[in-house]
Design a protein around this ligand. Structure first.
Ligand code: ZN
Length: 134
């Protein structure tokens, strides 16, 4: 299944936890859920959705991969920093499902990170039933 996400800034963090939880609800008792970003300038992480932390994450991305460094890909479409930031974030996360719910930690949320917004993106959510383990 897919989730449509709208980012509002060039670098924007959008909490998609409830959208993913809605897809998982009622699908199965135990298993895993993956959230996959089929884009090359965005990523997804599991972390705390706290306003100052989200600002810190954006600032850290800017420090790690500055916008204007004269990257080779900038001559193509001027967004090399977004591609590089996306590689640091990763394109998918996996969350255990227990009792039909996402088994996230207390402070964990599923955060979509757009590095080249604003735009509308689609995330792919896949649920797999029947894992053995905890
Ligand atoms: Zn590009």
């Amino acid at each position: 299944m897919a989730i449509e996400v709208r980012s509002n800034d060039r670098v924007d963090i959008v909490d998609v936890t409830s959208d993913v939880a809605d897809i998982v609800a009622g699908e199965m008792q135990r298993g895993i859920c993956t959230v996959y970003v089929p884009h090359t300038t965005a990523g997804v992480i599991v972390n705390e959705r706290e306003e100052r932390l989200c600002s810190d994450i954006k600032n850290a991305l800017e420090r790690l991969v500055p916008r204007d460094e004269g990257y080779g890909h900038d001559s193509i479409d001027d967004n090399a920093d977004a591609h590089l930031r996306a590689t640091l974030l990763g394109e998918s996360v996996t969350i255990p499902v227990r009792s039909g719910e996402l088994a996230l930690g207390t402070w964990q949320s599923i955060l979509f990170v757009d590095c080249d917004g604003p735009r509308t993106r689609r995330l792919q959510v896949t649920v797999v039933e029947g894992c053995v383990g905890e």
